[in-house]
Write a protein that binds this ligand. Structure first.
Ligand SMILES: Nc1ncnc2c1ncn2[C@@H]1O[C@H](COP(=O)(O)OP(=O)(O)O)[C@@H](O)[C@H]1O
Ligand SMILES: [Mg+2]
Length: 421
């Protein structure tokens, strides 16, 4: 499939399908995340190691492939964005990297089929196979586990939907570019920003920038000033000094509702839905900044319902009766009603059960894939940084670290202070 796309790109010199490619990368990424750092937990590999009398060097190679997949995919995404921006001149890097990635993948699959599986057929006992195939759920095995497979179904479904018909998909039409050309231009620029409550200065000389299409995470302990910073962006908290620009335009004197109309939309901490109003009415309120006609509002609401079917199901219920996770979906749905271009999320995972947190992060990733730029504030540093293109660490009102999500996750300081490692 990737091979076909790459061939298409080469022969027709056509603009690559950014959404489709990124969705396919998501698929591999999800796989590599699942297997990452614990390829040894693939039960098939594990058993094979135990049973083989002589070591099989291919096993090490295959395990290594799993570990390096993440790096390769990150690189592919960066090169793809560059390619979209500077097409057609800037696409060689992407084309070559994609070719190399496909080659490694082909070899990997070939080796698995021709070396590992035959070796396993002879070396493993029927009991091993039994365990591998039946203990799936318990083991949460990345290759065979049912639960893990379920996670891929959704991704596969999306890929099939948007794959062109001549490649065997449904060819659902979508905009070819996820991001506007020159998307990596700065969207939000913050320079030397300070802010105070009365005499107490809470934010000190904040420098930060967000490019269109990115997920940027801001992590920091309780009381560091994360919410204050978000509120200066949405206009609910005054700026003392410094620069604040959205697509080049000075925000400092722009009222909050004008910022919403321009696409800067905040989902506040603690969800803050209107508990005594219905789900439907809560959603309607989100549209106040732009939609005036009932038909327009209903159209937007349908889009939100399509994304969060539970909200459709409960549209008449009072928001206060929803579970925490559902309220968070409602809060995000309400923000989507305002057609955000830069979505500010203040601790969306706060107080939610781990499975629901996963779901919320999944939704955030989806929003990014739909082209919404995301600024995510979290105390849950590990997941927020894992999701982020780039991240910042805020300590007592100062940015103390910044970098790619991955580099921050690997940073010793971050690991000990925020990940408890
Ligand atoms: N309305 C307020 N009045 C006075 N101080 C406040 C107010 N809101 C927050 N603060 C203080 O500002 C600091 C940063 O708070 P906040 O931005 O809410 O941090 P975070 O979101 O990172 O937990 C804290 O010391 C907090 O006590
Ligand atoms: Mg806060």
């Amino acid at each position: 499939m990737l091979g076909h796309l790459q061939h298409d790109m080469e022969t027709h010199a056509s603009l690559p399908d950014e959404l489709l490619l990124n969705t396919i990368f998501d698929y591999f990424e999800h796989f590599s995340e699942r297997v990452q750092s614990k390829p040894r937990e693939i039960l098939l590999y594990q058993r094979l190691r135990q049973r083989l009398t002589q070591p099989l060097p291919e096993l090490d190679e295959l395990e290594h492939d799993y570990l390096s997949a993440h790096e390769s995919l990150q690189r592919l995404r960066v090169l793809l964005r560059h390619c979209m921006e500077y097409w057609p001149q800037g696409c060689d890097g992407f084309a070559n990297a994609l070719k190399a990635f496909i080659e490694v993948l082909r070899q990997h699959i070939h080796q698995e089929e021709h070396t590992i599986i035959p070796a396993a057929r002879t070396a493993l006992t029927p009991e091993d196979w039994d365990q591998i195939l039946h203990a799936k759920d318990q083991y949460n095995d990345p290759l065979f586990g049912e639960r893990v497979r379920d996670e891929f179904r959704e991704l596969r479904h999306r890929i099939i939907q948007i794959t062109p018909e001549h490649l065997g998909g449904f060819g659902m039409i979508h905009s070819e570019r996820m991001s506007a050309p020159h998307a990596s231009a700065e969207m939000l620029q913050v320079r030397g920003l300070t802010s105070s409550y009365g005499r107490i200065q809470v934010l000190h000389e904040i420098d930060l920038n967000i490019r269109a299409g990115e997920i940027v995470s801001l992590v920091g302990a309780n009381g560091a000033g994360k919410s204050t910073l978000l509120m200066t962006l949405s206009g609910l908290q005054p700026v003392d000094h410094g620069e604040l620009r959205f697509e080049g335009e000075d925000l400092r004197r722009m009222p909050s509702h004008t910022r919403v109309a321009k696409g800067i939309v905040q989902v506040p901490e603690g969800r803050q839905v209107f508990r005594d109003m219905s789900v439907y009415d809560n959603l309607c309120l989100g549209a106040y900044a732009h939609a005036k006609k009932r038909s327009e509002i209903n159209y937007e609401i349908e889009r939100v319902y399509a994304k969060f079917p539970i909200l459709r199901q409960k549209h008449r219920e009072l928001a206060g009766m929803l579970s925490g996770g559902q309220q968070q979906m409602l809060a995000i749905g309400r923000a989507l009603m305002a057609k955000p271009r830069l979505l500010l999320l203040d601790e969306p995972s706060m107080g939610l059960a781990p499975l629901i947190v996963e779901e919320i992060f999944h939704i955030i990733r989806e929003l990014k894939n739909e082209g919404i730029t995301i600024f995510l504030v979290e105390q849950n540093a590990s997941q927020a940084l894992a999701l982020a293109d780039r991240g910042y660490v805020l300590e007592v009102g100062r940015i103390v670290l910044e970098g790619s999500g991955r580099s921050l996750l690997n940073n010793e300081q971050v690991r000990s202070a925020y990940l408890g490692l």
